[in-house]
Design a protein around this ligand. Structure first.
Ligand code: SF4
Length: 921
């Protein structure tokens, strides 16, 4: 038995208090224990050991929640046209303008664009206001961009937006097929659970289906690098294979499903040979995958944005579901089709009607009984009879002037929506743009007529639902920053100011939760999957101490211990009219945009390990920008050779819909043979708030799935053009710099926080004299400037009272200085001559040549790790034992594996052979 004190005991000893909440980032939904000191400030953050999503783990983003929770950069007061305003004035202004627009142009002339960052209670009242009181269904969410295809597919197959699986299934399965997901980076804690399960059960197989070889592929027994967008062909081929090899579960098909014959017919020509050709994979790899699926009893197919963000996303998801239905690998422990959600509360939004095509509580707009149920329960003046505008259509209608007032809540569509210029045009011409957010500045706030300060994580209070249908409390632990209010409060105040006196008199989130849970059970009688009758009528105390629980939560339990549901469809009963699951015939359709001579590359997009969405929070700390601090364009070496490109060259990306002369998107090259040839990858996070030309959303068109409306954000066709600048360089300065100031000096730039200030990577056509003049003019308080020039570089240092406060290096190629080295000198009073000499010659000390940071927790660089591997330390555990890398949050473990694969010596140093053998045993 452990004798170490529990967290509660430790907190008591320190006279601190311990609170439990939920991480605000990805859909894994990890529980977080927060210690607050006697003054109410955070003193530590750890994973909750008893939260069933993470059992004590946190990834690097979660473990740095303290560092990103600062008041710096928060929106503190309402503003009207950029001028500070009081709440009464701002609320009145929003309500009056919305009422005027509705009176003149009808209910469909206004819209809400909301977010998976909202809590369920926020979402609930936003949806209630739009659908029940304004009388339009024009409320859509940024979850449209991440998982609406998964929703549409579940509804087609199961009659409900019901995720059948739970996280335990990922551990209990015998074969995990991970499709279009780099879970090692995007759902790190879930991936660590899978890694552990595979370690415990080495017979468990993992197949990765992804055009890229990502960090997740390190765990794979088989990686199928399919041609982008061919997922339907792959899974139709599997149906054909199961049929031809006697792998169909006829009992399951006959008893619990409908429509199989149509599916079989649509897969008639999907032979292994044809499928291998379409997917551009080898027949033997394909056959290996199909055999594994055929011969394994328990199979989970988990899928994410790579499936959903496509013009055929819904069909892709249904083709996966078809395979599980056809083989009976459904509704059983360790089996089923499992969509992974990106955002912390995308699921909560789906539950309460955050999507324009559904009512609250999984009820349908086109179902008169459902409309009646919702309107009766709400006692509301109206209920829409037609679906509202989905995200892409919403911005199109704003652009066309049909929607005249929009309220954007907790999201940054200027960066995340495709076709950035169209979104910008739409917002620029919209009569009223209201933005409620917790940050003071982002690309969307630039267009706000009215900005409303909302509370952020640690202040917000309510519930969220994770990927496995688990509802957890996200608790309000701190008072609101500045004059910020909770989103639900703001919405209710606007509703009342619009004249809707009843329906919005909530004084706390528990009252909203009570109304919401009541609606899930109202007129339900087992006809709807989302039933929270077991959570109805919770007292405030029970709501406050609600433990994580998976819906449906029926009355089988009691208020003290309500009973949740691990997995769905264990009885083979579905929510369709017949009660049977529906096979959906699908056929492979290529992506909307195809490569051609003018645009020969396919651009894929995704997240990097330590960043979240548009970086408004994770971009605040050097702790999370040290792993990957700059945007990049990954390209295969052979493609780079053909275009005469080398690492860090800057390239302009062109797309057919962009004006050809503009430097809209310009990225440094990263040579990466994990790409297929002809395909590129760039991260999604950077925006005009931190860079000149790195927001890749500009390259994507409005192409979207015609069933789900989800945009094709993983498939743009582009051309590349090398951009030559007179100089490239890096500027380290001990302060924040405005984008306006940077634009004066640099044509290309990206800003990144580093430990002691701001790092700017730049390129410019200005001459060195002009650059130095810009420095001297804009940093006039620096007392001493020293510089050095050579034929290949130039360097400048600024000092104030003997302290190094600025360092700039330029070359005529590219330059990447070691951040840790500069950090060790900036802000130092006693920089000696030798150090200054090194700085002016851009030559770091030997001890700082660590290379790219791999382990953010213990600051272990790539070169240090590679050296250890070359010395024969060739296991992740071994590296952890000697260097500590990977031993805290574990987010870098897949990269450690990648480095071992790449740098393992073919012949181990003498004496190491035995070590490896013993570890393997
Ligand atoms: Fe947060 Fe990381 Fe857990 Fe996702 S995996 S919820 S980002 S701690």
């Amino acid at each position: 038995m452990s004798t170490s004190p529990s967290k509660v005991e430790q907190a008591k000893v320190c006279n601190a208090s311990l609170a439990t909440t939920t991480c605000p980032y990805c859909g894994v939904g990890c529980g977080v224990d927060v210690t607050l000191d006697t003054k109410g400030n955070f003193s530590s953050v750890t994973g909750s050991s008893d939260h069933p999503a993470n059992f004590g783990r946190l990834c690097v983003k979660g473990s740095k929640l303290l560092e990103t929770n600062s008041p710096e950069g928060r929106l503190l007061t309402p503003t009207i046209m950029g001028e500070q305003a009081c709440w009464e004035e701002a609320i009145e202004h929003v309500a009056k303008k919305f009422n005027e627009v509705i009176a003149e142009h009808g209910a469909d002339s206004v819209a809400f664009y909301v977010s998976g960052q909202l809590l369920t209670e926020d979402y609930y009242v936003a949806n209630k206001l739009m659908k029940g009181y304004i009388g339009s269904a024009n409320i859509d969410t940024n979850s449209r961009l991440c998982m609406s295809s998964a929703v549409a597919a579940y509804k087609r197959a199961f009659g409900a937006d019901a995720v059948p699986c739970c996280y335990e299934d990922l551990e209990q399965t015998e074969l995990l097929v991970l499709v279009g997901s780099n879970a090692a980076w995007t759902h790190p804690v879930l991936f660590q659970r899978i890694e552990r399960a595979k370690k415990i059960s080495p017979d468990m197989k993992v197949v990765i289906v992804d055009p890229r070889r990502t960090a997740s592929a390190e765990l794979a027994d088989l990686h199928l690098a399919i041609k982008p967008g061919t997922d339907v062909a792959l899974f139709n081929g599997l149906i054909h294979y199961l049929w031809s090899e006697g792998g169909l579960d006829r009992d399951y098909i006959n008893t619990y499903t409908q429509g199989f014959d149509g599916v079989l017919e649509s897969c008639e020509t999907s032979t292994l040979i044809e499928t291998a050709k379409t997917c551009d994979v080898s027949e033997s790899d394909l056959s290996n995958f199909y055999q594994l699926f055929l011969h394994t009893d328990k199979v989970v197919t988990a899928y994410c944005m790579g499936v959903n963000q496509s013009t055929s996303g819904t069909d892709k998801a249904n083709s996966i579901i078809n395979c599980h239905l056809a083989s009976g690998k459904m509704g059983k422990e360790g089996s089923g089709p499992f969509s992974l959600t990106g955002q912390p509360n995308a699921m909560g939004g789906r539950e309460v009607g955050g999507l324009a095509n559904m009512l609250a509580c999984h009820m349908d707009i086109d179902n008169p009984d459902h409309r009646h149920t919702v309107q009766t329960y709400w006692d509301s003046p109206s209920i829409p009879t037609k679906v509202g505008l989905k995200a892409v259509d919403m911005f199109e209608d704003i652009n066309q002037g049909k929607v005249k007032a929009v309220w954007i809540m907790a999201t940054n569509p200027m960066v995340s929506m495709p076709n950035r210029q169209k979104v910008a045009d739409a917002l620029a011409k919209c009569e009223l743009v209201v933005v409620s957010d917790c940050v003071q500045k982002n690309d969307t706030l630039d267009y706000a007529h009215i900005a409303l300060p909302a509370t952020g994580w640690s202040e917000k209070d309510g519930t969220v639902t994770n990927t496995e249908r688990r509802i957890s409390r996200q608790r309000g632990l701190m008072p609101a920053t500045g004059e910020a209010k909770h989103d639900w409060q703001i919405i209710c105040e606007v509703a009342k100011a619009m004249g809707f006196d009843s329906g919005f008199n909530f004084s706390k989130p528990s009252e909203i939760f009570a109304e919401y849970t009541g609606l899930t059970s109202f007129n339900n009688n087992g006809t709807r999957d989302l039933d929270l009758s077991g959570l109805c009528n919770l007292s405030d105390k029970d709501y406050n101490r609600l433990k994580p629980i998976q819906w449906p939560v029926t009355l089988g339990g009691n208020a003290e211990q309500p009973k949740g549901t691990k997995r769905l469809f264990t009885d083979g009963q579905f929510y369709t009219d017949s009660g049977k699951a529906q096979f959906i015939s699908t056929s492979y359709t290529p992506p909307e945009q195809l490569t051609c001579d003018d645009f020969p590359f396919v651009l894929n997009s995704g997240r990097v390990r330590d960043q979240w969405h548009t970086m408004t929070r994770t971009g605040k700390t050097a702790e999370l920008t040290s792993h990957i601090g700059r945007p990049y364009l990954a390209i295969h070496a052979k493609d780079a050779d053909k275009l005469n490109l080398k690492a860090n060259d800057l390239v302009k990306l062109n797309a057919a819909h962009l004006t050809s002369g503009d430097l809209t998107v310009c990225l440094p090259v990263k040579i990466d043979n994990n790409q297929r040839q002809g395909e590129l990858f760039a991260p999604i996070h950077w925006s005009a708030s931190n860079s000149s030309s790195s927001n890749i959303a500009a390259l994507y068109t409005d192409a979207n799935d015609n069933i789900s409306g989800q945009p094709e954000l993983k498939h743009a066709v582009v051309s590349l053009e090398k951009v030559e600048f007179a100089y490239q360089g890096q500027l380290f300065v001990q302060q924040n710099l405005s984008i306006t100031l940077l634009k004066q000096a640099f044509e290309y730039f990206v800003t990144t926080p580093f430990e002691k200030g701001t790092l700017v990577c730049f390129a410019t056509n200005k001459d060195l004299t002009a650059l130095r003049t810009w420095l001297v003019n804009n940093f006039p308080l620096f007392e001493e400037w020293i510089g050095a020039n050579s034929q290949v570089f130039s360097s400048t240092c600024g000092l104030r009272e003997g302290e190094l406060v600025l360092s700039m290096g330029t070359t005529n190629t590219s330059l990447e200085l070691d951040q840790n080295w500069i950090s060790s000198l900036i802000g130092e009073q006693n920089v000696n001559l030798e150090q200054l000499h090194g700085l002016l010659n851009l030559q770091p000390d030997e001890s700082f040549k660590q290379g790219k940071l791999i382990c953010s927790c213990f600051k272990v660089g790539e070169n240090t790790i590679i050296d250890a591997i070359k010395q024969g330390n060739c296991s992740v555990d071994g590296l952890g034992a000697t260097l500590k890398c990977g031993t805290n949050c574990g987010s870098c473990k897949s990269e450690l594996s990648q480095l071992i694969t790449q740098h393992k010596p073919s012949k181990l140093p003498v004496g190491q052979e035995q070590l490896i053998t013993l570890e393997a045993v």
